[in-house]
Ligand binder design. Structure first.
Ligand SMILES: Cc1cc2nc3c(=O)[nH]c(=O)nc-3n(C[C@H](O)[C@H](O)[C@H](O)COP(=O)(O)OP(=O)(O)OC[C@H]3O[C@@H](n4cnc5c(N)ncnc54)[C@H](O)[C@@H]3O)c2cc1C
Length: 279
């Protein structure tokens, strides 16, 4: 039987993002949240393969109690089990501390109910680091296929998976052993409409909550702020570029356009000497 695990993050709707000028952290209070869009596609892919092969999909998330709404959304899409990992001690975690907690949770689930594929989104649309998936894979000593756009084959008997991944100018096809981790682009699967039974099941579904007290024991030094060596010193908004000047051939003629453009280039400080031109 196929067992997929999807690690999801509830994120602030990025149309509403604001930064606290004192702490340089995101202001999360009072901001509407959504299931990270890449993670939604990862869940869709996991459910698609569960339906092909038979088996189950487990969802995990580390976040505040409100993250249960995202877990329910995944159950609505056809996932079977949801686990919220939530405790005061986890707050303020950077990607190192986040991947530590998630890796410990995945190891525990895997020890009781072996996992074939561990899905992540390509990146979270708030933190945007794309580090958590690879971080968990490295901690578990698993192969990782990033930027996955298609799962071509999952062979449970011979224990391999064939995944297509996006690179800058072409796609690569990777064959690797199971279990493996992958980070997903949106192309990995279309988000399906919820079926009525899944919808009804999700409404009554109560996700499990795992805390710092159990069912697993964490190393307190690696949790939350204490376990996070990243410090954000400064944040800012990039300057808005003003629209470029248009030199119209219709007004100046071709010679006029070339002359005007050259004058402007040579007017830039240091440009004339760099080009060896006398003004
Ligand atoms: C000093 C500091 C303090 C911070 N405090 C907080 C805080 O209090 N609360 C907070 O939410 N963030 C906090 N963050 C941000 C937090 O570190 C990152 O959001 C988190 O580690 C994930 O990184 P990312 O968002 O870049 O995810 P990425 O690495 O871009 O995410 C890739 C994928 O990993 C998975 N993933 C990411 N995060 C989670 C998660 N939490 N649970 C399950 N799967 C996940 C998803 O599949 C996601 O698509 C803090 C960051 C710093 C530097």
């Amino acid at each position: 039987m196929f067992h997929a695990l999807v690690s999801i993050k509830q994120v602030p709707d990025t149309t509403n993002i604001r930064i606290d000028p004192e702490t340089n952290n995101l202001i999360r209070q009072g901001v509407p949240t959504i299931l990270n869009p890449y993670d939604a596609h990862a869940v869709a892919a996991a459910v698609e393969w569960k339906r092909k092969l038979g088996g189950k999909v487990t969802i995990i998330t580390m976040g505040p109690p409100a993250a249960v709404t995202s877990l329910r959304e995944c159950i609505e899409m056809g996932a079977d089990r949801g686990i919220l990992v939530s405790a005061r001690q986890f707050a303020g975690a950077d990607t190192l501390a986040t991947s530590y907690v998630l890796a410990e949770v995945v190891k525990e689930i895997h020890s009781k109910d072996p996992i074939d594929l561990i899905f992540f989104g390509k990146q979270a649309i708030d933190g945007d680091t794309a580090q958590v998936g690879p971080g968990v894979a490295v901690r578990m000593d698993l192969p990782i296929v990033s930027y996955a756009v298609k799962i071509r084959e999952v062979n449970l008997e011979q224990r391999y998976v064939i995944i297509e991944r996006k690179t800058e100018n072409r796609n690569e096809v990777i064959k690797t052993s199971l279990p493996t981790a992958l980070t997903c682009e949106k192309d990995i699967a279309e988000i399906p409409y919820a079926s009525l039974p899944d919808l009804v099941y999700s409404l009554r579904y109560e996700p499990e909550v795992w805390t710092a007290e159990g069912p697993i024991t964490f190393d307190a030094a690696q949790l939350g702020l204490k376990g996070s060596p990243t410090t954000v010193f400064k944040t800012g908004t990039p300057e808005k570029h003003t629209a470029g000047e248009v030199i119209k051939a219709a007004d100046l003629g071709v010679d006029g356009v070339v002359k005007t453009a050259l004058d402007k280039i040579l007017a830039v400080e240091g440009m004339a000497s760099m080009l060896g031109v006398q003004k």
